[in-house]
Design a protein around this ligand. Structure first.
Ligand code: NDP
Length: 329
């Protein structure tokens, strides 16, 4: 059918979630107030889980893709008109609401942000949820008073989306950034992004004690669990950690000592339900503080048809940097 378009749909198959490509029509889309022609989406860890059927979708059938960039085709909202270029990050896409792995999508107008002038749609998706989360982490550290004069800032789980962009942002802002990565082959890449030095996961763990030698003014943690506990234990007096990830586990085996003896702050960062003002602040700062010349090194463009294989790779930790998905290829 000529008015049909392609989407990656997650459905129930004998009690298991399974993703496959389907042809949909506008009538199949949710009843939301803005119809968008999607150009690009991205691949984040959460997308990897969704596409490989690991139970992220809380309603079925579900269209995956937590990010999208596209052009408004129809709008029942006074805030958007046909032709507007827009982006969406998070808001429960791919969990509760249909997301960006579709050539067309209907979305709530409250979720849409106008594409910042500084970026093309492809560039905005190179940043995507991962990059915008990195900016939220940087803003959280700034608000906690972690200036570059205070000392070195550590970024853990450094070689993928959130970590890569955090390194690029912090180094452009003049911080001395140390990257923690478990993959030796990524060290050169991380230095190119602006890391002054790269340390292994083992070195990041230090002595693995809940209260260790002071080492970092601040940190962006993408890993959680023992790594985050070790990082908290090594934060300088009055320092802070922006915690956004759980790649190493969702537990946190720590003690209150760093908090009550060193005044360390643990700053929770959530991108999914972040209020509009925070999103707009983050995107405005990305336009100023992200060196776009790094995009080429940091990003690969992949056709939507490769998503099933890419999902497996990101779950296995085999992806480096950011993956932009061309939903029309
Ligand atoms: P990934 O989740 O794909 O990977 C993060 C990195 O963490 C890995 O590449 C690896 O880095 C490291 N890592 C993985 N497993 C372990 C382990 N067992 N022990 C130690 N390190 C490990 O990267 P993303 O950048 O896409 O996402 C980072 C995290 O942030 C994820 O947990 C994601 O869910 C979360 N996130 C949270 C958001 C929020 O709103 N709070 C928004 C976006 C992402 P290396 O190989 O370099 O060591």
């Amino acid at each position: 059918m000529s008015d049909s378009f392609r989407a990656l749909v997650i459905e129930d198959h004998d009690g298991k979630q399974q993703a496959s490509f389907k042809n949909l029509t506008i009538a199949d889309l949710p009843d939301e107030d803005v119809l968008v022609e999607v150009s690009y989406s991205t691949l984040n860890y959460k997308d990897g889980l969704a596409v490989s059927g690991k139970g992220i979708a809380r309603r079925l059938p579900m269209v995956g893709g937590i990010d999208l960039a596209g052009t408004v085709l129809e709008s029942a909202s006074g805030n958007f008109k046909p032709g507007d270029k827009v982006i969406v990050n998070g808001y429960g896409l791919s969990e509760l609401y249909w997301g960006g792995y579709s050539q067309k999508q209907k979305l709530k107008s409250e979720w849409l942000i106008k594409l910042p002038d500084a970026f093309t749609m492809q560039e905005a998706m190179a940043i995507g949820t991962a990059g915008y989360t990195s900016m939220l982490c940087v803003l959280a550290l700034e608000k906690a008073g972690i200036t570059r004069e205070k000392g070195e800032v550590l970024v853990t789980g450094a070689a993928v989306g959130v970590g890569s962009v955090a390194i690029a942002l912090l180094s452009k802002l003049g911080y001395r950034v140390i990257a923690s990565s478990g993959r030796a082959e990524t060290h050169e890449y991380l230095k190119k992004l602006g890391a002054s030095d790269v340390i292994s996961r083992e070195e990041t763990m230090g002595k693995g004690r809940p209260f260790d030698k002071e080492r970092w003014a601040g940190a962006v943690d993408c890993v959680g669990s023992k790594i985050l506990a070790s990082v908290i234990a090594q934060i300088n007096y009055g320092g802070a950690v922006a915690a956004c990830g759980l790649a190493g586990g969702n537990d946190l085996p720590t003690s209150v000592l760093p908090f009550i003896l060193r005044g360390v702050s643990l700053l929770g960062v959530d991108s999914v339900m972040a209020p509009r003002e925070k999103r707009e602040e983050a995107w405005a700062r990305l336009a100023v503080d992200l060196d776009k010349s790094l995009f080429d090194d940091m990003t690969v463009l992949e056709p939507m048809s490769n998503l099933p294989a890419l999902a497996e790779q990101i779950i296995k930790g085999q992806i480096r940097g950011r993956v932009v998905i061309d939903v029309n290829a």
